[in-house]
Design a protein around this ligand. Structure first.
Ligand SMILES: Nc1ncnc2c1ncn2[C@@H]1O[C@H](COP(=O)(O)OP(=O)(O)OP(=O)(O)O)[C@@H](O)[C@H]1O
Ligand SMILES: [Mg+2]
Length: 283
């Protein structure tokens, strides 16, 4: 859980290559309950190709639940998730990589006992065809795949400036670096859709600025579409092309940063006075 941190960020600067064609992700009437708690209540969302779409809202608003529905961890009680041309009642987690989706988690999900390089290579584990036995026997197919995976991981590591720590165990590294390792692991398979749950939370202001720049550069360099959850309004306003606002499981606004910033329902539910005078951080 994180409060709305003051301080700001990156503007979705310059040319935004948002594609007006078919959305990469469409949600139709998604509802989800846990016992008596309604986590999501009739959510519609369309995310265009090349977009950076932020999901914001108070703690418990349903933001992580929404990403968990898109990545198949949760099965919605109602509604449809469309990824590209495929429509799902329940997104199959086993096919997530095949449908071009990768994600990071609000609480890091890395293997502490593995090196940075091996953690990043784990991002390709679902894409590799040679089974376990072939990998153990080191057949030519398994060796080719291993070399390809290593090359892709090295590329992601270089992209995220992790070269100096690539042979270190993840367990010993600072939180800000681990956030970058998670991003590298999500990027390595070149997903069409990247879901980031609080990728900038819990790091210093300087690291936050770097991470925000990495997220924006990742969209361009990896030609992907990004849905991210973030509490720092300055970051969100600067980094996102569009912002959807959740409150008590409902979407109360969806628009450009300027539209959302001046939306009275959003101000009442979330922005309040806490963000008055907050400036955007320029990356
Ligand atoms: N696995 C679960 N079991 C029971 N309740 C859950 C579960 N996951 C989420 N919830 C409930 O659903 C609601 C939405 O939670 P969610 O984690 O999606 O919120 P969030 O917007 O991500 O909040 P935060 O900003 O604190 O991360 C909350 O009331 C939460 O307690
Ligand atoms: Mg959350």
């Amino acid at each position: 859980m994180h409060s709305n941190v003051a301080g700001g960020t990156p503007r979705a600067a310059g040319a935004v290559r948002v594609d007006a064609g078919a959305p990469v992700l469409t949600l139709q009437s998604i509802s989800l309950s846990f016992g008596g708690v309604t986590a999501l209540d009739g959510i519609d969302l369309a995310v265009a190709k090349g977009e950076i779409r932020a999901i914001i809202g108070p703690n418990g608003a349903g933001k992580s639940s929404l990403l968990n529905v898109v990545s198949g961890l949760y099965r919605p009680g109602r509604g449809v998730v469309q990824l590209g041309s495929e429509r799902f009642r329940h997104v199959p987690t086993a096919r997530l990589a095949a449908v071009g989706v990768a994600r990071t988690f609000q609480n890091l999900a890395l293997f502490k006992g593995l090196s940075v390089l091996d953690n990043v290579m784990m991002g390709l584990v679902h894409c590799r065809r040679a089974g376990f036995v072939r990998q153990i026997l080191s057949t030519p197919q398994a060796r080719r795949e291993e070399a390809k995976a290593r090359a892709a991981a090295e590329e992601a590591i270089t992209f995220l400036h992790l070269g100096a720590v690539k042979h270190q165990l993840a367990g010993g590294l600072p939180y800000g670096i681990l956030k970058r390792v998670e991003l590298a692991r999500a990027l390595v398979a070149r997903p069409r859709l990247l879901l980031l749950d609080e990728p900038l939370a819990g790091v210093t202001l300087g690291e936050k600025r770097d991470l925000a720049a990495h997220v924006r550069n990742a969209r361009d360099a990896y030609d992907t579409t990004i849905v991210l959850i973030e509490h720092d309004i300055g970051v969100v306003m600067g980094l996102s092309d569009r912002i959807a606002v959740l409150d008590y499981g409902r979407k109360i606004a969806d628009g450009s940063p300027d539209e959302v910033r001046s939306d009275q329902a959003v101000i009442d539910a979330y922005l309040g006075v806490a963000h008055e005078g907050e400036t955007e951080l320029v990356i």
